[in-house]
Design a protein around this ligand. Structure first.
Ligand code: DAH
Length: 357
């Protein structure tokens, strides 16, 4: 007991000495150098006096520790706050407790990079292939007149084909275009054949929002008009495109109907999601329709002021959204339009990586 009491007294004396010695040292430090020297001497991490006293605190008998510890902490707080106060006064370096805590072993923060949307990637890839076949990009307005959207394209008024093209009307005969086909007319009106254009753009329909439909989606229109163009050109070019774009996938043409083409055909590629077995996206058929096509109807050429006796042409319209589903194995078209970056990031190729090669 005596030893313990003795050592406690000694310890408390040490603290007193520490405080009475360090206090004037800090108080009188007039420069940041002097202050820093005092800090190292009294509060330094390795050989500071306070550290030495702390080590002795650890050696004290258990029953003395509460009193010794409290005295130690009180003196420490006083001296440290005096140091802090002085370091502000002399404008010295911040004390350890002012340096923000940072863990240098933490993983670096993920760097955000902009990226292209999967549908944009598909459009660009398709445009690249058709560019090599001589096609140029053409654009048209999203708000169209009834004549450009329907009349010029040979839709008779009240024809059942109009049902699939229900849309939002801005006013009587002005509407949100339901397809990119009006760009065919606008181009033919402005430029004489030969014409080879690709017209990507957004279109609008009164459609359900389900796994394979959206009320707004992208389309790509293709048009080729020249002398002597036949169905052979259509089939050859579109098959060439499908082989290049989809690799070795099988393709097929099915007879179809569009008011602006005659004859008309739909082109399918084998569903790449289920490889022809049948799934929700291909509705169990094993095939995915990628485009509608046909020989441009003579009345369409005439409506645009092109001599249909001299010129013939073929055209197609496809949905790059659906193609993106195939391309990136996406089971639901809504994912493309949800703008959920956690998902889009998985597909999107960073814009920079293109430049980086
Ligand atoms: N415009 C049609 C649609 O949206 C797609 C289409 C089919 C465009 C055949 C064409 C074509 O140019 O020849 O349903």
């Amino acid at each position: 007991m005596t030893t313990s009491a003795g050592s406690l007294q000694e310890f408390l004396k040490q603290i007193e000495n520490f405080e009475s010695e360090s206090t004037p040292a800090f108080r009188d430090a007039a420069t940041s150098e002097a202050l820093e020297a005092a800090r190292i001497k009294y509060l330094g991490d390795r050989s500071g006096l306070l550290k030495a006293i702390q080590r002795e605190l650890g050696q004290l008998p258990k029953e003395d520790k509460p009193i010794a510890g409290r005295a130690f902490n009180e003196a420490k707080t006083r001296v440290e706050s005096l140091f802090e106060q002085r370091s502000r006064a002399v404008g010295g370096s911040p004390s350890a407790s002012q340096i923000p805590l940072s863990d240098l072993t933490m993983p670096a923060r993920h760097q955000w990079r902009g990226a292209k949307h999967p549908v944009t990637l598909v459009i660009e890839e398709i445009a690249d292939i058709f560019r090599e076949l001589g096609f140029t990009i053409a654009l048209g307005p999203q708000v169209e007149t009834e004549w450009y959207n329907f009349g010029s394209l040979n839709f008779p008024p009240d024809h059942p084909a109009l049902d699939a093209h229900d849309t939002l009307y801005i006013k009587d005969d002005v509407l949100l275009r339901t397809h990119t086909s009006p760009v065919q007319i606008r181009t033919l009106q402005r430029f004489p054949p030969p014409i080879r254009i690709l017209a990507p753009g957004d279109v609008f329909r009164r459609d359900f929002f389900d796994a394979s439909h959206a009320p707004m989606f992208a389309q790509i229109e293709g048009l080729c008009v020249d002398e002597g163009i036949s169905f052979v050109d259509l089939k050859a070019m579109l098959t060439n495109f499908a082989t290049r774009f989809f690799g070795a996938a099988r393709t097929r043409f099915r007879p179809s109907y569009f008011p602006f083409t005659e004859p008309s055909a739909e082109m399918d590629v084998q569903c790449q999601l289920c490889e022809g077995i049948g799934c929700a996206v291909c509705k169990g058929t094993g095939w995915t329709e990628i485009l509608g096509s046909g020989m441009v109807h003579p009345s369409v050429l005439e409506a645009a002021g092109v001599d249909a006796e001299r010129y013939t042409g073929w055209a197609f319209g496809m949905g790059p959204g659906r193609i993106a589903l195939q391309r990136y194995d996406i089971p639901d078209i809504r994912i493309l339009y949800d703008s959920d970056v956690r998902f889009l990031e998985q597909i999107a190729r960073p814009v920079l990586s293109e430049a980086e090669g």
